[in-house]
Each structure stands twice: as C-alpha cells, then as structure tokens.
Design a protein around this ligand. Structure first.
Ligand code: DCP
Ligand code: MG
Length: 426
C-alpha cells in the first residue's frame, strides 16, 4: 500500500458462525469445569520488541505504515493499535490519536504495524497451547479460551501448576508473555485474565465470586458495553456486586427478557457456554479507515487502488485456506457515518484475485457516491471449503482448487482451524 496513504486503521476479519459444536459444557455442573482465558500481553508491541530489543523499556506505540521507527510528533496522523506497558503509564491506550499520544508521552516511539509478523507469532503461541490440549477456542489474534477440565495435571494447586506450565512453554517458544485467568467458566475466566496483567495468573473459584468479582466495575463483564454501562449507572449500579443486588424483575423491566436474564446470571458468575473448538467461517473481509476524507471524484485513483488491493488480498487469504466465496461486496462509510454495502454474486464460487477485483468494482459502481468517504472495505461471503465443493460435485476447477488439494484427493474432515481471526475494537 502507498506509503503516504492516510491510513488510520486496517483490519482483516475472518468471521465464523457461533453454533459449531465444541466440548460439552451444559451437562456437567458449572463448578466442575476448569476454563482458562489466555490473552497475550501488549501483543503487537511485544512482538515488535522481540526483534527490536533495544527498544525494550521505552514507551512505544504500534501505528501506521511508515518504513521505520519514528519519534512521536504532534503532527502525526493515525491512531494507536496498541501501546507497550511503559507507554500505558502515560495514559496512552489503543485507538488513541497519535497527536494525543504526543501530548501525553513526548518521548514515545512509533513502530509501524506488521500484521504478517503478528499472525506468525499468533500461530506459534496457539500451536504451543494445542500441544497441551485440543480443547482450544480461538477468540482472535491474541486470545483463546481453553477447556482444561480433562487435561492431566489440572488438579495440582487449583490448576496453577498447569497454567504456569502453559505460560512457561509459550515464553520459551516465542519469547512472549501472556496472562491467564482460570475459572469455572468463560465469563469469569475472561475477567480473571485481565486482573493481574501483564504476566498474570489468576485463579477464581466459584466460592470466590463475591469476594473477587463483586468489587469490580460492571463494565469488566464481557458483554456489558458502554451503553449498558450507562443505563446501569443511571440505576445506581456501578459494581458487579451492585448488579447482583438488583431484583430480577427490575433488570427484566429495564433490559428486556434476554439481556435482563443474562445480566442477572452474569452478576452471579453463571455462564454455561461451552468452549467451541471449531467453527466454519462465514466471511472474510478487509477494511481501511482513512484519517482524511476521500473525495469520490478527486481521489478516485486512491479509492480504486485500495479496493483493488483489498479484493486481491481477501482472495489470497481465502485461497491460502482453500476457501471459495460465492459473493463479493464492498462497504463504504461516508463522513456522516452512513454505511452503504453492495454485494455481487459470483457466477460460481472462487478465490480468484482477478474475479474478486472485478466483482468489487462492480459492487462499488452501485454505491451512490454522493459524499466524501472515510472507510472502504471488501468482504467475501457465502464461503465454502474447496474440498467440500469437490465432494459435493462442484463441476469446474477454479484456480483456488488448482492451488489446493488435487481433484479426487480425500476431502479433509474439517477445514484448518482459523487461527488468525482479527477483530480489533470488539
Ligand atoms: N488492537 C487493535 N485495535 C484496538 C485494540 C487492539 O488493533 N482498538 C490489536 C493490537 C493488540 C491486539 O489487537 O496488540 C490485542 O488486543 P488486546 O486488547 O489484547 O491488547 P494488547 O494485547 O495489546 O494488550 P493487553 O496486554 O491489555 O492484552
Ligand atoms: Mg492482549
């Protein structure tokens, strides 16, 4: 991508459905399960420090596509993807504008983003975890849930021994540190992994809920977003303990049946969701947010260049994983935050960069370009695995299939695990 592109944030996403089967969860008593949530510490920043050890101990942020490390300066455009813990001491956070970083931490260094390297390390640390157990649920580039209930050694030291062994193995293989929360379920494990970051290991048992969870802000519950937080605050609910004191009827009245019940249970640390070890991806997309507005006519070259590169890269990403897409579309966000999407059906499912580019331009031509725009994206959906198509008698060989398993080869039971999900800001 062009160096002077006013790139603010670039995201690649492989989205999966949620209903795939995983390890059994609901049948056994919740307290019998031992679920870990593992999250890498300052992930992108830590990966950069592996190959730039001289920057260790200095405040750094990861941002932009410039060719080298720069000292922060107030005129820089763009936003922080992540900050080292040294930079966080100055109040620097993910999604903060670089101009703001310059104010808070004038000695900060800006290190360019290198997604390929983060994905490589992501695959590495996840492979280490899978050498302990197959019960791993991928939750993004730097986090997973692990069902350790049946892993040998889980009984020692309330699970601490095994969790520490995992941390040590990851550090040995990658040089990176992570934080683990170990609990009876995913909800509590997720909260726990964040409590002693970085390099944390936090065990919370069912009996610890009142003491450990109730003093925390409700916002610490994964699923209580800014809006719910605001509405809870209006009811005088600030901590998880405050939430646990609310009568069910009141929660139902204010938050509806589904969310009300969920809040009621979440406050008590109840969560029966299984660790889902595998799921079929539904779509793959790439999006780029621009720091400045792009004019539909004046900037059409740049718009075309971005769409072409996104379309090609989405196709290549699918091809590598041996997926084909039946639909390719574009997404445009205008400067008034309005989002328009248009989809084009492929004559038949493929992962051909040329076809993707053509379809993306066709879709883009259907978007009424009546305003400056801030975001462009390409999304491929109606995915199917190339092997599945061979199996179900998809007649024509496409370039994707040609690059994948030869015709007649035994179809794999399941597609390879998607280990580079990337959905920032969730
Ligand atoms: N990320 C991003 N944009 C955001 C948030 C995160 O691009 N708004 C990227 C950079 C992070 C990675 O995702 O390194 C993982 O996100 P986390 O929230 O786990 O943050 P970190 O791993 O950086 O830090 P922590 O130690 O708090 O987990
Ligand atoms: Mg992290």
């Amino acid at each position: 991508m062009n160096r002077d592109e006013p790139l603010a944030r670039h995201a690649v996403t492989m989205s999966a459905d949620q209903d795939a089967s995983g390890s059994a969860g609901g049948a056994t008593a919740a307290s019998a399960r031992r679920i870990a949530h593992l999250d890498m510490d300052a992930f992108y920043a830590s990966v950069e420090l592996l190959r730039r050890p001289r920057l260790r101990g200095r405040p750094i942020v990861i941002a932009g596509r410039q060719p080298k490390v720069l000292r922060i300066d107030a005129s820089m455009r763009g936003v922080v993807t992540t900050a080292s813990y040294e930079a966080r001491q100055f109040g620097v956070r993910s999604a903060m504008a670089l101009a703001e970083v310059a104010r808070r931490c004038p000695d900060c260094l800006v290190v360019p983003v290198d997604f390929d390297e983060y994905r490589r390390l992501s695959r590495m640390f996840k492979a280490v975890i899978r050498s302990f157990t197959a019960q791993v649920e991928d939750r993004g580039i730097d986090e997973v849930y692990i069902d350790l209930s049946d892993t040998p050694g889980i009984a020692e030291g309330r699970g601490r021994v095994l969790a520490q062994r995992l941390k040590d193995a990851i550090r040995e293989a990658t040089g990176l540190s992570c934080s683990i929360g170990l609990a009876p379920n995913k909800l509590i494990a997720k909260i726990a992994s964040d409590l002693e970051k970085p390099d944390g290991l936090t065990v919370i048992e069912a009996g610890d809920i009142a003491q450990r969870l109730w003093p925390l802000a409700v916002r610490k519950i994964n699923g209580v977003g800014p809006k719910a937080d605001e509405r809870l605050a209006a009811l005088g609910v600030q901590t998880i303990g405050d939430l646990a004191r609310q009568p069910l009827a009141l929660l139902l009245e204010h938050f509806g049946n589904r969310y009300g019940h969920w809040l009621f249970e979440a406050a008590r640390g109840i969560d029966e969701r299984p660790v889902v070890t595998w799921s079929e991806p539904k779509s793959r997309s790439e999006e780029t947010t621009f720091e400045r507005r792009l004019h539909p006519q004046r900037d059409w070259r740049q718009i075309a260049r971005v769409i072409a590169s996104q379309a090609e890269s989405v196709a290549q990403g699918l091809d590598r994983r041996q997926y084909l897409a039946g639909t390719v579309g574009v997404k445009v966000r205008f400067d008034d935050f309005r989002i328009v999407t248009r989809d084009v059906g492929m004559r038949e499912p493929n992962a051909d960069p040329v076809m993707f580019r053509r379809a993306a331009f066709e879709a883009l031509a259907r978007v009424p370009m009546d305003r400056p725009l801030r975001l462009l994206g390409v999304r491929a959906s109606a995915l199917e695995h190339a092997a599945q198509r061979l199996r179900t008698g998809g007649e024509t060989a496409t370039s994707a299939q040609a690059g994948g398993a030869p015709a007649g080869a035994a179809a794999p039971k399941a597609p390879p695990p998607i280990d580079d999900l990337f959905s920032p800001g969730e």
